[in-house]
Design a binder for this molecule. Structure first.
Ligand SMILES: [Zn+2]
Length: 410
């Protein structure tokens, strides 16, 4: 089967042919119908999130939904053909983190992680429910303790933050949205925000019981400390800055509680699947071809996405992986060398540290191959990011990706 594998920092993410795994006693084999692309994968691939991954090499992809196609001997909780989502259990990790994930045609999953998908919820909705929606729910409701009597600030209205705002509103809370991009305010108001501002400092008349920071940089956390009430709570779920520098006096003087929030529980996943089924949450989705997963991750890293991205590994069947075929023509071989030289000539030493690897030069840069041919799934060409996480200017120009603010790195 085809699977996107990661071996460690600087190794890139590579499409490989590997054996279909077999379930052991308490596991099931699922055919992966959809897998969401997550910004966490960019952290993993670049190395900053490498410590989260115990198994190497590993198939990445942790937002997984599919059909059960084989059962371990002791499994009775699910049946062949069941539509299931795979729960991510916070610090306990899960698929695509502790064991092989869903950027693959098939995955083996311990049955305890499976949650049935309601009939009227699509696989792609279920995929993003496992992480983006459930993580937001967990941050706002479980970690933040947001209820109908809470006045809450949602900082960062990107993928997770916008869902978090909707969830806070569904709880009946008084909700304010914050983002440096005011174009997001209209949707936030539709989702139930009382008001939206560009920064917490603009809402001086409001006293917040809870601030949920989906950005996670020094400036947003410093502003959160100023805006939250004495003995209030700040939930940190964004990973914008690797390290934060915060005003000690504010934390101590106001007796502020700062809580990190990661992932969700299986109950959270069940709840958000029900909310989607009831039409109360409608994830904004965009499909990425399975052959373009690396490009999708590049767009995530650059903040060049609106909705949550997902891919369908079932479309992998017809992909040809470079090196597996012996019938490559001379012309194609020469073109491949030319492609390698092109990228080798890029003068950016940081590029050698890059995690992500583009896989399809044909459709993005030099048109050496016809984009419609699957042979052009070339995933070994180049590096993509400088150390500060921004896309290299040369590559940005090639993909026409604009500069974007830090709040978009969600
Ligand atoms: Zn994720």
């Amino acid at each position: 089967m085809k699977a996107y594998r990661w071996g460690g920092p600087n190794s890139g993410l590579h499409l490989e042919d590997i054996a279909v795994p077999q379930p052991s006693t308490a596991e099931v084999l699922i055919q992966v119908e959809t897998c969401g692309l997550c910004h966490s994968d960019c952290h993993i691939i670049s190395g900053t999130g490498g410590a989260w991954i115990q198994q190497r090499p590993i198939t990445l992809g942790h937002e997984v939904a599919g059909k059960v196609i084989a059962l371990g001997e002791s499994v009775s909780e699910v049946h062949i053909g069941d539509r299931v989502a795979v729960a991510l259990l916070g610090p306990a990790g899960g698929i695509g983190l502790n064991y092989d994930g869903g950027y693959a045609e098939y995955a083996v999953v311990p049955v305890k992680y499976l949650e049935p998908i309601p009939d009227n919820v699509s696989f792609e909705q279920a995929s993003v429910a496992t992480d983006a929606v459930a993580t937001s729910y967990h941050a706002v409701v479980r970690t933040g303790g947001v209820t109908a009597s809470t006045t809450v600030a949602i900082v960062g209205l990107g993928g997770l933050g916008s869902i978090g705002l909707r969830i806070a509103s569904l709880q009946g809370a008084i909700v304010y949205g914050f983002d440096i991009d005011s174009s997001k305010f209209e949707a936030a108001m539709r989702d139930g925000a009382k008001s939206c501002f560009s920064s917490l400092g603009d809402a001086k008349d409001v006293t917040f019981d809870v601030v949920v920071d989906f950005v996670g940089i020094t400036s947003t956390m410093t502003a959160a400390l100023e805006a939250v009430k004495p003995s209030g709570r700040i939930v940190l779920t964004g990973l914008g800055d690797e390290k934060l520098t915060l005003p000690t006096f504010s934390i101590v003087h106001k007796s502020v509680e700062i809580r990190g929030s990661l992932g969700a529980t299986k109950e959270d996943l069940r709840t958000v699947l029900a909310l989607i089924s009831e039409g109360k949450i409608t994830p904004d989705l965009e499909e990425i071809l399975f052959s373009k997963v690396n490009e999708g991750l590049l767009r995530l890293e650059a903040g060049q996405t609106k909705g949550r991205l997902f891919t369908r590994p079932t479309l992998a069947k017809s992909l040809t992986i470079e090196g597996n075929s012996d019938d490559e023509s001379d012309d194609e071989a020469k073109a491949r060398v030319a492609s390698s030289n092109l990228f080798a000539s890029i003068k950016d030493q940081d590029a050698s540290k890059c995690g992500l690897v583009t896989q399809d030069t044909a459709s993005t840069t030099n048109n050496l191959f016809n984009p419609s041919t699957l042979r052009d799934s070339r995933y070994s060409n180049t590096d993509c990011f400088s150390k500060n996480g921004q896309q290299r200017p040369s590559f940005r120009a090639e993909l026409d990706i604009p500069n974007l603010g830090p709040d978009q790195f969600l």
